[in-house]
Design a protein around this ligand. Structure first.
Ligand code: NAP
Length: 243
């Protein structure tokens, strides 16, 4: 059985490792190829876009793929949309691995919004010194918000913004470090996507401890009618059931 594993996440790397122990299973992990020095999964890896849905349809056919697992980031909505459409066209089963989103607990001051633009519009009423942890995509929406900003990205945005302070770093982060950073820059509002997962959750605990409000950008919805699970183990079960 041959599986295309759409990755770019820690879960996808865990899945590739779990699949490596499965007999009679050939797995090709796919990365967008935009991060220099990306953490590579074990096993076979291809990098770069497929060329839209049509390109992915061709790739699935040319490589005789039997199943697709989409373990991309919850905000990688375009890749997911293309994967769902291509798998339907080729007639191969597709499963989405979507880690659970974050939920507020007592002491959290969260404001939910739908888009980076909505977050930017809300900022001046919530704080004066913002910490943007939304990656480099969507950053431009904050340029005119009139609030001092610190942005943290894995890779430098292009062009490099001159309207905010920029730090380049990559998780996992711990609460101690997040508290120190937010204190150092006197952050009074945090902006995040609802990425979910453990690797970047420390900032939320730090914000709670400091009484800092958080603007949380909602996830894009999954395409209608798709099968989705929330753990690596359940993906492995799904693949085993198809062998
Ligand atoms: P996106 O907007 O959904 O995808 C844009 C295009 O990038 C896709 O149409 C596809 O190009 C290519 N692409 C994306 N993921 C790919 C993959 N795994 N393999 C091959 N091509 C891929 O995605 P994005 O938000 O830019 O994210 C890019 C990658 O970074 C994803 O793999 C995702 O898992 C990872 N990531 C994203 C975020 C985030 O916040 N968005 C955070 C952490 C990691 P073609 O149309 O040419 O096929």
């Amino acid at each position: 059985m041959k599986v295309l594993l759409l990755g770019g996440t820690g879960e996808a790397r865990s899945l590739a490792a779990a699949f490596a122990a499965e007999p009679d299973l050939q797995v090709v992990s796919s990365l967008a190829g935009r991060i220099t020095d990306a953490r590579l999964p074990v096993g076979e890896v291809r990098q770069g876009g497929f060329g839209g849905t049509d390109g992915l349809v061709d790739w699935l056919r040319d490589n005789s793929v039997d199943a697709v697992v989409d373990a991309t980031h919850p905000f990688a909505a375009t890749m997911t949309e293309h994967a769902v459409a291509a798998a339907r066209e080729v007639g191969v089963p597709l499963l989405i691995l979507r880690r659970p989103g974050w939920t507020a607990v007592a002491g959290d001051l969260w404001h939910w919004v739908d888009t980076p633009s909505e977050a930017a519009g809300l900022l001046p009423s919530v704080g004066t010194r913002a910490f943007l942890t939304i990656g480099r995509q969507g950053l431009a929406a904050f340029e005119q918000s009139g609030v001092w900003m610190l942005a943290r990205c894995v890779e430098p945005p292009e062009p490099v913004p001159t309207w905010c302070e920029l730090i380049l770093d990559r998780g996992p982060y711990d609460v101690y470090g997040e508290l120190a950073l937010m204190r150092q820059y006197q952050i009074d509002v945090l902006v995040t996507k609802d990425s979910g997962g453990e690797q970047t959750a420390a900032k939320l605990i730090a914000a709670r401890e400091l009484g800092v409000p958080v603007v949380v950008i909602r996830r894009p919805p999954l395409p209608a009618g798709v099968e989705a699970v929330d753990s690596v183990d359940r993906v492995v079960e799904w693949v085993r059931a198809r062998r």
